[in-house]
Write a protein that binds this ligand. Sequence first.
Ligand code: DLL
Length: 434
Amino acid sequence: MQGNYFQPELECASREVLHYIQSKRLRKLVERCYNNVPLYKKRMDEFGILPGDIKDIDDVKKLPFTTKQDLRDTYPFGLFAVPREELARIHASSGTTGKQTVVGYTKADIDAWAVGAARSIVMAGGTKADLVHVSYGYGLFTGGLGLHYGAEKLGATAIPVSSGNTKRQVQILQDYGSDIICCTPSYAMYIGETVRDMGIDPQSLRVRAGIFGAEPWTDEMRREIERLLGIKAFDIYGLSEIAGPGVACECYLQSGLHINEDMFYPEIIDPDTGEVLPDGTYGELVFTCIGKEALPLMRYRTRDICSLDHTPCECGRTLVRMSKPRGRTDDMLIIRGINVFPSQIESVLLELGMDPNYQLVVDRVGNLDTLEVQVEMTEGMFSDTVRSLESIEHKIGNALQSTLNIVAKVRLLEPKSIPRSEGKAKRVIDKRKL
Ligand code: DLL
């Protein structure tokens, strides 16, 4: 586990020490927000709270929530707590609806984020001797530069490949001997398929670990990627509003993602009532950016659904673990009154031996919601008879009904007919909203 950016004094600190650090940072944050961000002053005044009322981290509950709408309402720079000239960098989140969310970082923020990303690479077994191949997009998206700075902070060698040109990605993996690859899980699948199609034995590649995130993915998909690339695959989580990749990451035990909670204080709330929920209960993840300068968000509602576990991990870290995010409150499909996340459908498909290349088409006919699950046949199935394909469609339909209680029409598509993604995959086409 020991890498060159392992900080046991923080990552393995006792709860008392963490409580002390978090409390100190929260007090400073609230002061900063109250004095520098007009929206926060107004909200706190409305709540009747003064910075002095926040004594320790447990008082975080007294603070108002911040939502994505607040960022949109103050677009582009309205929630910044520093003058624009003090920003070292601006990013924006990859939102598909409405205005983009603009976020900014001071030099100190970028440094702290790089530490979070470096710790994550170490959690995934990286050391400064490694070549870190970064295939996340560089640009307004935080993925590329986030892991790039993390790799450099660790003292490793970053390769800024960015996304796209997949055959060249494979060529670089082969020629440079990259040790670790970072990209979205759906792009990792695509790279894996390309390795296979180019007739390359994955075991002949040096790459041993992948750091994949930016979208939900299941353990079944993890196994598929691990098989295609001959690596161990780790989950990394982050969001632009808090910090890009490196807010949390899995260690080699892969039983939850360790949150860098000395920087980002997490809570799980009931999305309907706002009530804080205990460990082990799924709800909406909320972060308070204790320690950030430019965009010090208080109780930011991520819309991601997961649970927390404060028990120490066998790797030695005490940093709280979040479960793999199951999906987002706004990605949850409600089909004839039943709540389903695309990731649950993905699990069912992969358990039945299908590849994770699928799309969900939701529509409304009359007053009834319909769901069509389009899934690519595997290469082997392609030569099967129409009858046996129909029986596979039936089998998938039955499994979806018995496991998730949803009725879906299943349609098998030719291999490679669903567009491949070089970034976040688009899994759902919801025609009801069009
Ligand atoms: O996706 C930052 C990132 C880059 C994370 C690279 C990991 C790796 P945004 O574009 O702002 O930032 O999107 C943030 O993506 O609220 C989640 O819904 C989703 N997400 C991020 N990581 C994971 C993950 C980046 N490991 C949004 N599992 C978040 C599931 C994830 N969802």
